[in-house]
Design a protein around this ligand. Sequence first.
Ligand SMILES: [Cu+2]
Length: 406
Amino acid sequence: MTHPGISSLALIGWMVFLCSGAAAAEEPGVSTAAPAAVREVDPQRLAVLCPDQFDQSFPVSGPAQTTWRICWHEVAGNQGLTNPNGLVIGPVYFRKSPTAPFVSILWDLRVSDYFVPYHAGSPRYYDLSGFNFQLTTVTANDCPASVGGALLSSHVCKEVHDRGLMWKDSSGVRRGQELVLWGSIDADNYRYIQEYTFRDDGTIIGRMGATGQNLPGDELQPHAHNAIWRINFGLGDGGKNNVTHLQHSENPGDPSGKASDSETLIIKAQGLNWDIRKHDGLAVSNPSVKNARGDLSEYQLLPLVMGGGLTQHTEPFTQNDFWVTPYKSGQFAARQLPSYVAGGPNVANTDIVLWYKGSLHHHPRDEDGVYSASHKWVGTADVMWTGFELVPHNFLDCSPFYLPCP
Ligand SMILES: [Cu+2]
């Protein structure tokens, strides 16, 4: 591993923080003192916590409008239940204009586990917590400079490139740009791409890509690939975050055509489901973070469901698509989520963790491979994707990419 784990660095940073005489905090970067609007990032403290931080401004050329400050590190150990391996994102800060402060968004974003049950009832693999699979090597072939790629380590690629249309209207058109960080877990015959995208407009996208050889000896058996992400927010410094459940309601049998939306504060830790008709999502806010228009700023967790649905299985932790838990040291295991919410611990006005399960339904197809005359499987399944997005909502004051932005 080329980059030290954040746990040891966090401890150092925590000690530096305490020695500086600052107020006691639950974890580095999350003060329990009364929040004073939006606090500026201390670059020196962040550098202690995270030697691999970097800034990325958009647009890439010309005057910067928005800027990400991103810390990342790799975990490559054998503690799959308490410190899952892979590419870990955080802390992450976003600056919505050249004169605005950097606002804390995330503390620790990573995949908690990949759970892969086969339709026959077995096998049922936990690829991170059961096997401690690790990031594999990426090269210039994975990450070519011609598409904006640059290797950040032997396991992590950074790409900065065009992302297609940002907007188009009668007055003109603008294309957007994004930064993508990705690595790939070597799960024996399979590869899981861990991809995190940071867009010019403040949106973050997390995706799982599944590719590689189908299960050796059982190449044709259908199965599901579930990725469960653990998202420890730190919105506006984190210790005072709230979560609301977003839902859209509309009765197709109602000839009035009326619809409504609800936003319900979540008080107790719990699991929730995604309804294909209701646009379920979770919104994270901090009472001290508002935009210049006085509106409460949110980051909304919205599923990017591919292939039509989200699977559920006999294991209780798979029977909810979202979970909300309070931050607790060492709670990283998706499969233990039912115990994390037992007793309904408070999740209002505190340091919170959101969990989201994305599912891929993999029904093997001829395109995945073919048996040779000696019954050897030849071929690779093309990448299938699923994931989620974290979308700013009343976070910016207007679009800085549609001028004038007053
Ligand atoms: Cu598969």
